[in-house]
Ligand binder design. Structure first.
Ligand code: GLY
Length: 452
């Protein structure tokens, strides 16, 4: 007999390569499918969310591609979903596809849209996608030219971008991380010495937002827009982090955006997908994440990512009403179009629970944390948390879990998230201000002022 029995009863396996709460949210969305897939989950820690959902879970180094391929060959999944940036940029999708396992994640050449800031800017320039700041890419230290560009074209306000992945720590902004032109040039020179290239660009003033789209070559379908909060502490203070929390609104836009801002961002994501196809000769299949900033006269691109945002995935996936497995299959089979993508018209607020000393986070590593139970409207997505044999949950050093409130209004969603966060017991903290009326209103006022 065929191992799966009759073809109609065939068990569907999906390989999920994951590293954080984003992976838990992806696993949960795949599990909701009426295909009841068996998830083969690989993650660096003993993630309790993945362990609960997986048919097979391996805590392993997900950058050990030989080990990942060995499991893929054993399991022969229908497809693979690759969550984090590092394995995508490293070409894991290329290797899996060589083995006949289609991936929801772009190939290495296409993933340069995230892994090389110079490639992203030059792609936009070459293909006439004119929504970028003034920039220069340097391959050799030329302090004189950098100085001229920063003081002249950028008016002294600038951003220096490491030209490779650096765990979210490669971008330095004047007035925030850099306090003089000379310091900026020194950092640019360090970037060239380390990774061979650097991008310097003008600093844009406005309000940032994320617009992620499902992309399958030239077919692109958008998710609700989301706003992330990168700073560690309330009132947008403290060092940058991977993201302390996010919100999205029932109308799938954001209160500080005009309809034309959102349309512009959607158009740019489509132009990028088309440009990537032309440039790389291969369709971009996966999540295309546009990091935008609404400015005085429209929208500009800050950066692109080749994956779901974290925490942005935690906002959009719980309200995805389409069958996520079928959506992925349609991307693989080439039948994908916007009709496959439906989201509930609900507000979401995500607040990340982190160790008290995060972004350092080392002090509380290994200490126990106790969470309330997930509910229909208040979800917990586990990130850097390990489940011990005893069932205890122990903190890693990074973001521990994203708590997501869902409701018919932002106010309702925020209250749910806030209540659940305050019930977590352990040496942890979160940003109480994310998703509150006061903070959202500040963004609205800033845009009004900028555009008045
Ligand atoms: N939320 C920021 C990121 O995923 O890169």
């Amino acid at each position: 007999m065929h191992p799966y029995g009759c073809c109609y009863n065939r068990i569907m396996k999906i390989l999920l390569v994951s590293s954080s709460a984003r992976g838990h949210a992806i696993a949960e969305a795949l599990s909701r499918s009426h295909h009841n897939p068996q998830l083969i989950c690989l993650s660096p820690n003993k993630n309790p969310g993945l362990i609960a959902l997986a048919h097979r879970h391996e805590a392993m180094d997900i950058m050990n591609f030989d080990a990942v391929l060995k499991i893929a060959k054993e399991e022969q999944p229908e497809f693979a979903f690759i969550g984090p940036d590092d394995p995508i940029a490293g070409g894991l999708a290329d290797l899996l596809e060589e083995q006949g396992i289609p991936c929801i994640a772009p190939r290495k050449s296409l993933a340069r849209i995230e892994s090389s800031k110079a490639f992203a800017r030059e792609l936009m320039q070459k293909h006439g996608i004119n929504s970028y700041p003034k920039f220069m890419a340097y391959q050799r230290a030329d302090a004189k030219s950098m100085d001229r560009f920063i003081r002249g074209d950028c008016g002294g306000e600038f951003v220096v971008k490491y030209d490779a992945l650096k765990g979210g720590k490669g971008v330095k902004v004047s007035g925030e991380h850099i306090h003089s032109v000379e310091e900026g040039i020194r950092y640019a020179e360090e970037c060239i010495a380390e990774c061979g290239k650097v991008v310097i660009e003008e600093k844009l003033i406005g309000v940032e937002f994320s617009l992620m789209s499902f992309a399958s070559g030239t077919e692109v379908a958008d998710m609700p827009a989301v706003q992330d909060h990168k700073r560690a502490y309330e009132g947008d203070t403290g060092p940058n982090t991977g993201g302390m929390g996010t919100y999205s609104c029932p109308d799938h836009s954001l209160p500080f955006l005009t309809p034309s801002d959102l349309e512009e961002a959607k158009k740019i994501n489509r132009q990028i997908a088309a440009a990537l196809l032309k440039e790389c000769g291969h369709p971009y299949r996966g999540i295309l994440y546009g990091g935008f900033i609404a400015v005085r006269d429209g929208v500009r691109v800050i950066e692109y990512n080749a994956r779901f945002g974290d925490p942005e995935a935690l906002n959009v996936l719980p309200i995805l009403s389409s069958d996520f497995v079928e959506l992925c299959q349609s991307m693989i089979e080439g039948t994908f179009n916007e009709n496959f993508v439906r989201f509930a018209h609900q507000a979401t607020v995500c607040k990340y629970i982190t160790p008290k000393s995060y972004p350092d986070g080392k002090m509380e590593k290994g200490q126990e944390v106790i969470f309330p139970k997930s509910t229909e409207t208040g979800r917990i997505y586990y990130g850097d948390i390990s489940q011990e044999g005893s069932g205890k949950l122990l903190l890693g050093g990074s973001r521990s879990s994203g708590i997501v409130g869902m409701g018919s209004s932002l106010e309702e969603a925020e209250k749910i998230a806030q209540k659940m966060c305050s019930e977590v017991k352990g040496p942890v903290r979160f940003r109480a201000d994310i998703g509150t009326e006061e903070l959202v209103q500040q963004r609205v006022e800033m845009m009004k002022k900028l555009r008045s």
